[in-house]
Design a protein around this ligand. Structure first.
Ligand SMILES: *Cc1c(COP(=O)(O)O)cnc(C)c1O
Length: 263
């Protein structure tokens, strides 16, 4: 066992047939992203929430996929514990303040948190990161989540003064965090209309405003399974793709981290 392996990692295995279909789905999405990106670099995050650890291991081993996105703190902590340390974990889901410190203090390879929408969450994440032992070699990357559609049901900070204040907080009060971009989920209706998506436009304009006002560079994280090509055309630097790679997700209550392989 190498020093980068975790204790339980060796017990995990994956089905070669399943691995083949995952790799093929990933590559097909990846080609579409590259085509839409027209020469730009766009990160493809494989959203593995509610999918077994064996699926993640298969993509990591067979297609060298590094970036995986998760939505639930407990699920991510369990997966990170048993999967290779080379994986760069992205937390993209709704985050409770009390889960921030455990997440960043217990997962050394937590790479980027995309769903920061309050100063308190940022402070807690930064604090947790400072508790890692050995110390993390680099700060934890952060996206501020923006509510671009104005729907009450969507999380994220409103564009304007609140977003500015939150960015400033991360930049000046959180020594173990590095602000690198803005994230939006967007309204499904606005993605299905075809043509330019209003949420993506709002996020881009907010990015332009904040870059100028705060003198920083910010990337855009927008685009999921049903709208990622349009998102990339509209300037996204990161897409988060789940069901197109992994298939439909099971209901949360039926999910087991180590499911499916044993069955
Ligand atoms: C689940 C999720 C995704 C992936 O969604 P798909 O439609 O399955 O591609 C992307 N971003 C966030 C924030 C998510 O919660």
């Amino acid at each position: 066992m190498t020093s980068t392996s975790n204790n339980d990692e060796m017990k995990l295995s994956f089905d070669p047939t399943r691995a083949k279909s995952l790799v093929s789905a990933f590559q097909s999405v990846s080609e579409k992203v590259t085509k839409a990106a027209a020469g730009r670099n766009v990160r493809l995050v494989a959203v593995s929430k509610l999918k077994p650890a064996s699926d993640i291991l298969a993509l990591h081993r067979e297609a060298k996929v590094e970036h995986f996105g998760e939505n639930y703190a407990q699920e991510l902590m369990e997966k990170a514990e048993i999967l290779p340390r080379e994986i760069k974990w992205h937390f993209i889901g709704g985050l409770q303040s009390n889960k921030c410190k455990p997440l960043s203090s217990q997962i050394p390879n937590l790479h980027l948190v995309s769903s920061i929408d309050t100063p308190k969450k940022a402070t807690q994440l930064s604090l947790g990161r400072s508790l890692l032992s050995p110390p993390a070699p680099s700060p934890l990357l952060i996206h501020i989540q923006i509510n671009t559609s104005g729907e009450d049901s969507k999380s994220g900070v409103s564009p304007g003064p609140d977003a500015t204040a939150l960015c400033k907080h991360v930049l000046s009060e959180c020594p173990n965090l590095k602000l690198v971009g803005l994230m939006t989920i967007g309204a499904i209706a606005r993605s299905k209309e075809g043509g330019e998506n209003e949420d993506f436009k709002v996020l881009r304009e907010e990015r332009d405003r904040l870059e100028k006002e705060l003198d920083v560079k910010l990337e855009l994280s927008m685009g999921m399974s049903n709208d990622f090509e349009e998102a990339v055309r509209q300037g996204s630097g990161e897409v988060r793709i789940g069901s197109t790679i992994f298939g439909e997700r099971p209901p949360k209550e039926e999910f087991r981290v180590k499911g499916e392989v044993e069955r």
